[in-house]
Design a binder for this molecule. Structure first.
Ligand SMILES: Cc1ncc(C[n+]2csc(CCOP(=O)(O)OP(=O)(O)O)c2C)c(N)n1
Ligand SMILES: [Mg+2]
Length: 590
């Protein structure tokens, strides 16, 4: 009698394989069952059975050049698709390199399944090569760290990982997989391979706020003459766009957004008052003049509150959030609505349905203010928004992005100026995750790998990443990944030959005593060419439009647009920064 063919050498016949297989194969089979998208990682001995299984099963996995980038790419993938992104690293340095990316996802509430190889337990703590206390290092970087101690428990614990990653406030879950568990074998039954489909995308489960609190909130809103909705990134995690727009329109309530909340409603909608917080067009003054604030899926952190000076304590505030303990953390709430953003907005809309007609007529003048205030802001900012100056003005670059990017495109914005300028001036044209800034941890370097994740998540949708030169330097190796992946990603490098945010602050606070904030002048278009990509250096603002179109037209190779912007540290900040100067009401920005 011949031995049965080992599972790893057989083509998959069903979603529920059975028979003897190693832990790596079981991991891959479960991820296949979960219909995960492209994965990002860098191999090492411990996880090689997993890699082998991916090859056997024909699953997509991209070698990245730094595990942090794999985590960033998985994060952006998850934001575009609302499905968990997957990344992996080998033990020791692979695992520790994941930390920054995983904390981005943790703080931003993004579902991730991360795998880390670990030492063979027969030899652990005997100075094995690359061994470190990785579980202790990674535990605070994730929503939950699951140590997989038995090959037989791989399916069960991956099921658990998806449930944790996608429920409540979503987040990253790390499976720490010892070498012997990954290489070890077990006889699995078909029933072992099962997964709850409701845990494969966010939000996995919805919870509605307490009814009595909804009534109290509705009463406050009904009385308000100038209510304002402040929306954060939770609106994307809840996919609450229709509920938000329906509620705002029915009740005539304008909407301001954080950087992460951009796209809750289209920035071009007449009820959108733009970004609030550290940088603002007209939103901060509308907050000051409001008589009822409805905060939705927003932590009211440092940037949103302009370092905790907004919103004024005197204005009644309703706070709707999926994490109960976020309510009241930074600003007391008059009404606490603990629940899912979409469900909460629907319930508020229902509670106020009878009021809608009266509210719309009572607030007609109020909402009519918004387009006219926005128009006068545009007039004041026009010289910068349409600037012909060289080096190029950041506001002009944002105007050109607004013109060039279609409504369905994704703009990924890096942690430095790139994110703040576009957070303020980039206009999404339809609701959704069309603007992806890494505000969870605000690391520089997210732009390029985030762009890779976004491009792979939605290949038919134009993907553009905007990054500083410092952030791009950090990640240059990933241009190789982008090229290998054959993606038509456009990378806009904001080339100011500086660690610009740092230099601008040194200018403002330390009277121009600069230390370690200059970069050498680089030609990133030439670097892109040398790496087999398209590259265009742009010094004339009138060439920006064509260059962006050229980038968007590329379908199979990345394009680097090297945009030469101001080198003057006095002119880099998108506005007066309130860490350096007191912001007075009426300060104009951009
Ligand atoms: C990993 C990391 N290190 C340091 C910082 C602090 N930081 C914020 S903005 C900035 C400047 C980054 O330079 P660049 O990417 O060129 O962007 P610019 O501000 O010049 O547009 C730095 C160093 C950070 N956000 N992330
Ligand atoms: Mg720079």
């Amino acid at each position: 009698m011949t031995d049965p063919v080992p599972v790893s050498n057989r083509p998959p016949v069903s979603n529920q394989p059975s028979g003897r297989m190693n832990g790596g194969r079981a991991l891959a089979e479960m991820l296949r069952l979960a219909e995960v998208g492209p994965m990002f990682g860098m191999g090492g001995f411990q996880l090689l059975p997993f890699y082998d299984a991916l090859a056997q099963l024909g699953m997509r996995h991209f070698l990245i050049n730094d595990e942090r980038c794999g985590a960033f790419a998985a994060d952006a993938y998850a934001r575009v698709t609302n499905r968990p992104g997957v990344c992996d690293g080998t033990l020791g340095p692979g695992a520790t390199n994941l930390v920054t990316g995983l904390i981005e996802s943790l703080n931003a509430g993004v579902p991730i399944i991360a795998l880390a190889g670990d030492t063979n337990r027969a030899h652990s703590w005997k100075n094995m090569t690359q061994e470190c206390r990785q579980a202790e290092i990674l535990r605070p970087a994730v929503k939950e760290l699951i140590r997989v101690e038995m090959t037989s428990r791989v399916p069960e614990l991956l099921r658990r990982a998806f449930a944790v990653a996608t429920s409540g406030r979503p987040g990253p879950v790390l499976l720490d997989v010892p070498e012997d568990v990954c290489h070890g074998e077990h006889d699995f039954t078909a029933e072992d391979f099962a997964i709850d489909p409701s845990t494969l995308s966010v939000p996995a489960r919805r919870i509605r706020p307490d009814r009595a609190e909804i009534s109290r909130a509705a009463a406050l809103i009904a009385r308000a003459k100038r209510p304002l909705i402040l929306v954060g990134g939770g609106i994307h995690l809840s996919v609450g766009y229709d509920a938000l727009l329906g509620f705002a329109e029915a009740q005539s309530i304008p909407v301001a957004h954080t950087m992460s909340g951009k796209g809750g409603i289209a920035c071009t909608h007449p009820l959108s008052v733009g970004l609030f917080g550290r940088y603002s067009r007209i939103a901060n003054e509308l907050i000051e003049a409001s008589d009822c604030l409805v905060v939705v899926g927003c932590k009211l952190g440092e940037i949103a509150t302009k370092r905790y000076v907004l919103p004024p304590e005197t204005i009644p505030l309703i706070h709707l959030d999926i994490v109960a303990e976020e309510i009241g953390r930074c600003r007391a709430a008059d009404v606490a609505l603990w629940g899912d953003a979409r469900a909460g907005m629907e319930d508020l809309g229902e509670a106020l349905a009878g009021e809608a007609k009266r509210a719309r007529s009572a607030r007609a003048d109020y909402v009519a203010e918004i387009p006219s205030r926005m128009a006068s802001w545009r007039d004041e900012a026009a010289a910068r928004l349409h600037s012909e100056e060289r080096p190029i003005h950041m506001a002009r670059l944002c105007t050109e992005l607004n013109k060039a990017l279609p409504a369905d495109s994704t703009l990924v914005a890096d942690g430095g100026f790139a994110g703040h300028w576009t957070g303020l001036l980039y206009d999404t044209k339809s609701p959704g995750r069309h603007f992806i800034p890494d505000r969870g941890l605000a690391s520089i370097g997210y732009g390029l790998p985030g762009g890779i994740g976004a491009a792979l998540a939605a290949p038919s949708i134009p993907a553009v990443a905007i990054t500083g030169d410092g952030g791009f330097n950090m990640m240059l190796g990933e241009l190789e990944t982008a090229r290998r992946a054959g993606i038509g990603l456009t990378i806009v490098v904001v080339n100011n030959a500086a660690s610009g945010y740092v230099k601008a602050l040194q200018h403002a606070i330390f009277r121009g005593r600069y230390q370690s904030s200059d970069l050498v002048e680089m030609d990133y278009a030439a670097i892109a060419h040398a790496m087999g990509c398209n590259g265009i250096r742009i010094e004339d603002p009138d060439r920006l439009g064509d260059a962006l179109q050229a980038g968007l037209a590329e379908r199979t190779r990345p394009t680097v647009l090297d945009v030469v912007v101001t080198r003057d540290p006095a002119r880099m900040l998108p506005a007066v920064d309130n860490r350096t100067v007191e912001i007075k009401q009426g300060d104009r920005v951009a």
